[in-house]
Design a protein around this ligand. Sequence first.
Ligand SMILES: CC(C)(COP(=O)(O)OP(=O)(O)OC[C@H]1O[C@@H](n2cnc3c(N)ncnc32)[C@H](O)[C@@H]1OP(=O)(O)O)[C@@H](O)C(=O)NCCC(=O)NCCS
Length: 168
Amino acid sequence: MHSQLHLRDATPADAPALNHFVLRLESEALPTIYTLEHRLTIESELAAIRRLTDSPNSLFLIAERNGEIVGAMDMQGMRHPQCRHVGYVGLSVRKDQRGQGIGTALFSSLFERAKSVGVTRLELEVFANNPRAIALYERLGFHVDGVRPGLVKLGSEFIDVVVMGRVV
Ligand SMILES: CC(C)(COP(=O)(O)OP(=O)(O)OC[C@H]1O[C@@H](n2cnc3c(N)ncnc32)[C@H](O)[C@@H]1OP(=O)(O)O)[C@@H](O)C(=O)NCCC(=O)NCCS
């Protein structure tokens, strides 16, 4: 039996725990997600939290279990005045907690909250080598909007990136 899942907005106080969460994810060296551009520090995590929580059309949600972060979802509202109704979504769930509905719960919360920050269209990118994640997003109402062929190079292999979208 799992203890209850608690969803809430991230705050600056979450920077150390989020930093740990992201470094742990990075250490999996998954072939299905972008690697980090810069070395992550607690300070850079704090800056990322502030950037999202200070932005009027962005959200940063976290899922907690037993006081530990088990999932994180950021929705970055686009900045261009003509695109402020669009939010770009990123999501990850802790390895030992995947496949238990945490991603789905974070999306449900996002679908409820997006409009309150003026976002009516969501976009995300998913590597084409991740069919389970694509199936999950389709189940959640996302459609394939397009493919960016060979956008990602993994060793000598080129991976397509699928752009998916959904109106909320
Ligand atoms: C993709 C991810 C965010 C989904 O979150 P989740 O909490 O595991 O998702 P849910 O439990 O709500 O839904 C489970 C569905 O997610 C999909 N899924 C994708 N990758 C998965 C994984 N590694 N483990 C379990 N489920 C995964 C499956 O379609 C699964 O459905 P199924 O039970 O019919 O196979 C999460 O598994 C994850 O962080 N994976 C590793 C990183 C990654 O690949 N991210 C994708 C970025 S676009």
